[in-house]
Design a protein around this ligand. Structure first.
Ligand code: FAD
Ligand code: NAD
Length: 467
């Protein structure tokens, strides 16, 4: 039997960060991972999807240069894509990152055990490894089992019906792709495949795309999709996928109650993710649930003493940086620190075209709390850097939401090309309790997109210069 101070289950961005920090603190730590280090994020999520999005963007830009070319760059022939090689390139990035996680774990003296952990009580699990069965008993257990793609009745994964995992490993670009769900994954990958040349149809149950984001932020994305010829069925449902003679067709019930049949090489189902709570003996641990998630308090403690849970397993937002922040905190708590998980804001970024970011409260959230607000916006159409990168005409903007009485910034949102890289400054401003005057009084380098944040804040104070 292996006895250890800390046992971490799951090597995703929650688990591996918890294990590295625990090891750094000198706590004897074992990490069990059944698949590859890095978890969903590194192996089949954040990183592979962003690599595909990058490749698709490059390909699309090159296609835009065929013929006259808009900015004086012309290609005589259309570019070609060998998706197999793109996927190999993406795998190279994944290998490099997962290898790096392994090195960091070794450096922190964390023992990594490859295999599936099954618990028989709250502090003991067995792992079937290549060498045999290991029994591990720990003083502290950190559960970071993550999540898996949700499926729909009548649309079980298999054959042409795929999840994001398979979509990131396709050997060729599908001619016709039906995407079910216009959330993060559906639109990030749907956009990428459209840029790679697929005919893309998106079927969304709600009445608009990205329904969890406010509408003004999503309008530029909707306009891009329409311009790019992506067919949108909103307020619609896919009832089933029919197969006949090797060809697939998705039967869609539209918002008017009409049924249409859409031929598809692949049907990509992206209707959310479910916490992984089955198949590893959670029921033997006697921990309480909060709906489908493991219930935790503000220190990520479960209802069982010294059993902690983090990341996608414990609820929304199901984002890698939230998982990592919780993991780092739990390791510190086990090491004796006094901490709580109480961030002012957890940033969210959607890597569509254009990109969307949101930190803190939107105008509707803040307004519904009865607070008088200053909401001010600055368009990228008036930002020199955006125009010089041909990114000023996509309807993008930065929006700042501040309390009217003391000018405290409560939320910052943006939509536009490359805005994902602005999110650090936005989050820092909110975490540090910035006032509009603080942002206005900070010199922002020219020419950069961050000047739009500066100008939006100046505008909120009634003294914008460039609008
Ligand atoms: P996971 O990363 O899911 O890791 C859990 C690990 O635990 C897995 O490796 C699994 O094999 C292992 N495991 C589970 N049970 C056991 C067991 N019993 N024994 C051994 N091992 C076990 N988030 C972002 O912030 N930004 C993005 O851009 C982004 N893009 C995404 C794109 C896609 C296509 C997807 C699918 C997700 C994306 N996410 C993104 C979400 C992000 O991947 C997750 O929020 C994050 O990976 C959650 O981390 P985690 O550590 O909680 O779990
Ligand atoms: P999501 O929650 O973002 O979107 C799911 C969409 O499917 C919603 O718009 C929902 O209304 C729709 N839907 C639900 N049931 C449906 C049905 N029967 N028919 C049609 N539409 C239906 O989920 P996702 O895109 O699968 O992503 C899962 C999670 O992964 C996200 O919530 C996010 O936490 C994470 N993620 C993050 C990023 C990022 O940070 N950039 C990228 C990808 C994934």
């Amino acid at each position: 039997m292996i006895r250890t101070k800390v046992l971490v289950v799951g090597g995703g961005p929650g688990g591996y960060v918890a294990a590295i920090r625990a090891g750094q603190l000198g706590l004897e730590t074992v990490l069990v991972e059944a698949d590859r280090l890095g978890g969903t994020c590194l192996v089949r999520g954040c990183i592979p999807s962003k690599a595909l999005i990058h490749a698709a963007g490059k390909f699309d830009d090159m296609r835009g240069c065929v013929g006259d070319g808009t900015i004086g760059i012309a290609l005589r022939e259309a570019p070609t894509i060998d998706l197999n090689r793109t996927v190999l390139w993406k795998e190279g990035i994944v290998d490099r990152l997962t290898g790096g996680v392994g090195v960091l774990l070794r450096k922190a003296k964390v023992r990594v055990i490859e295999g599936w952990a099954t618990f028989c009580d709250a502090k003991t699990c067995t792992v079937r490894t290549r060498e045999g069965v290991e029994v591990i008993r720990a003083e502290h257990v950190i559960l970071a089992n993550g999540s898996t793609p949700a499926s729909l009745p009548g649309l079980a994964f298999g054959g042409p019906v795929i999840s994001s995992t398979e979509a990131l490993m396709l050997a060729r670009v599908p001619d016709r792709l039906v995407v079910v769900g216009a959330g993060y994954i559906g639109l990030e990958l749907g956009t990428a495949f459209r840029k790679l040349g697929s005919e893309v149809t998106v079927v969304e149950a709600r009445e608009r795309i990205l329904p969890n984001w406010d509408e003004p932020l999503t309008n530029p994305v909707r306009r891009w999709l329409e311009r790019a010829g992506v067919m949108l069925h909103l307020g619609a449902a896919v009832e089933m996928v029919e197969l006949s003679e090797g060809a697939a067709a998705a039967r869609v019930r539209t918002r008017d109650g009409v049924t249409v049949s859409l031929a598809a090489d692949q049907v990509l189902v992206t209707v959310g993710r479910r916490p992984l709570t089955n198949g590893w003996g959670m029921e033997a641990m006697a921990i309480d649930m909060a709906g489908p998630f493991v219930r935790i308090d503000d220190r990520c403690r479960t209802s069982m003493r010294d059993v902690w849970a983090i990341g996608d397993l414990v609820g929304e937002p199901m984002l890698a940086h939230k998982a990592s922040a919780q993991g780092e905190m739990v390791a510190e708590l086990i090491g004796g620190a006094r901490r709580r998980f109480d961030p002012m804001a957890i940033p969210a970024v959607c890597f569509t075209d254009p990109e969307i970011v949101s930190v803190g409260l939107g105008p509707e959230d803040a307004g519904s709390a009865g607070t008088d607000l200053i909401v001010s916006q600055f368009p990228f159409a008036a930002n020199g850097r955006a125009l010089s990168m041909a990114a000023g005409d996509d309807g993008g903007f930065v929006r700042v939401v501040a309390r009217a009485d003391d000018h405290r910034v409560l939320g910052i949102q943006a939509v536009g090309t490359h805005v994902s890289e602005l999110v650090g400054e936005f989050t820092l401003a909110i975490e540090m309790g910035a006032l509009l005057e603080d942002v206005a009084g900070t010199i922002h380098a020219h020419p950069t997109l961050t000047e739009a944040f500066h100008e939006a804040s100046m505008r909120g104070l009634g003294r914008a210069i460039h609008i």
